[in-house]
Design a protein around this ligand. Structure first.
Ligand code: A3P
Length: 296
């Protein structure tokens, strides 16, 4: 039997070449064999791109902004994570999802190559959120510091090297954002940018609602914008991972709802790190149609 101490701070395990949280990587057949349903809504992201934010938005859209219904449970129960598993502590996401009535909203960080094939067969709608590589690196570094399911990140400088090399959970950011973009061509994927959500949340929430076939009035949209603002979600015990937090989150090291801004990378990258990063980024993203904004 796998015990908690066996997987805390354990190195990633490779699944078909992609580094995955060791605890999640056990019994991977449960992921490959997962049965999607036609009306599933998948929220796919590289970690730290704004998954929790989009999860709350989609849940509010589906409940037409009804505060009482949206306040019914914690975000991780309303939107279970497909590949999640903390053996002996918390049940696998696949099991929770099997018991969840339709329509299910499913969170995943899996790259295109690892998504269970039934999602492609069932043509399940996917909302993909992408965030610029620099802010994401900073957010992921602080997350790895506080999340004991992940290996220790080391210093910021050490971490940045690993991130650029794709030696972090879920592998290369570059591959993730590009392969999900490719999928927009032959699958119902709505591709949203974190920076656009910051710039004009109402515009982006309206896009998501239209994609999900929901026609919401202005008042409902306004309510969703307000209730999903960083400040409100940071104070909301059902979204901030402070109360009833999973035992592996050490929120005293770094809070889950940390800063919620675009441009925080400037407080972390040295000039030399930034130059090296940009040079490598140019090579890796050459030919990609994706254009990320790294400023406020
Ligand atoms: P920071 O660490 O930069 O603050 P995920 O949910 O994918 O794990 O992403 C977490 C990141 O999204 C964190 O970024 C978190 O603060 C930010 N975030 C969460 N809710 C947000 C909101 N309502 N508005 C803006 N950013 C939010």
């Amino acid at each position: 039997m796998v015990e908690q101490q066996d997987y805390y701070r354990r190195e990633w395990q490779l699944i078909r070449g992609v580094p995955i949280v060791w605890a999640f990587a056990q019994n991977w057949e449960r992921i490959d064999n997962f049965q999607a349903r036609c009306d599933d809504i998948v929220i796919a992201t590289y970690p730290k791109a704004g998954t929790t934010w989009m999860s709350e938005i989609v849940d509010m859209i589906l409940h037409a902004g009804n505060d009482e219904q949206c306040g019914r449970d914690f975000i991780y129960n309303k939107v279970p994570m497909l590949e999640f598993w903390a053996p002996n502590v918390l049940a696998p996401g696949t099991k929770t999802l099997e018991e969840t009535p339709s329509p299910r909203v499913i969170k995943t960080h899996l790259p295109v190559s690892l998504l269970p094939k039934s999602f492609w067969e069932k043509k399940s709608k996917v909302v993909y959120v992408a965030r610029n590589a620099k802010d994401l690196a900073v957010s992921y570094y602080h997350f790895d510091r506080m999340n004991q399911l992940h290996p220790e990140p080391g210093t910021w400088a050490e971490y940045l090297e690993k991130y650029v090399a794709g030696k972090v959970g879920y592998g290369s950011w570059y591959d993730h954002v590009n392969s999900w973009w490719e999928k927009t061509k032959d699958h119902p994927v709505l591709y949203i940018f974190y920076e656009d959500m910051k710039e004009d949340p109402k515009r982006e929430i309206r896009k998501v609602a239209q994609f999900l076939g929901k026609d919401l009035g202005e008042n409902v949209l306004e309510n969703i914008v307000n209730k999903t603002s960083f400040e409100v979600m940071k104070d909301n015990p059902r979204t901030n991972y402070v109360t009833n937090t999973a035992p592996f989150f050490q929120t005293d090291i770094s809070p889950f709802m940390r800063k919620g801004v675009a441009g925080d990378w400037k407080n972390h990258f040295t000039v030399a790190q930034n130059e090296r990063f940009d040079e490598d980024y140019g090579r890796k993203m050459a030919g990609s149609p994706l254009c990320f904004r790294t400023e406020d």
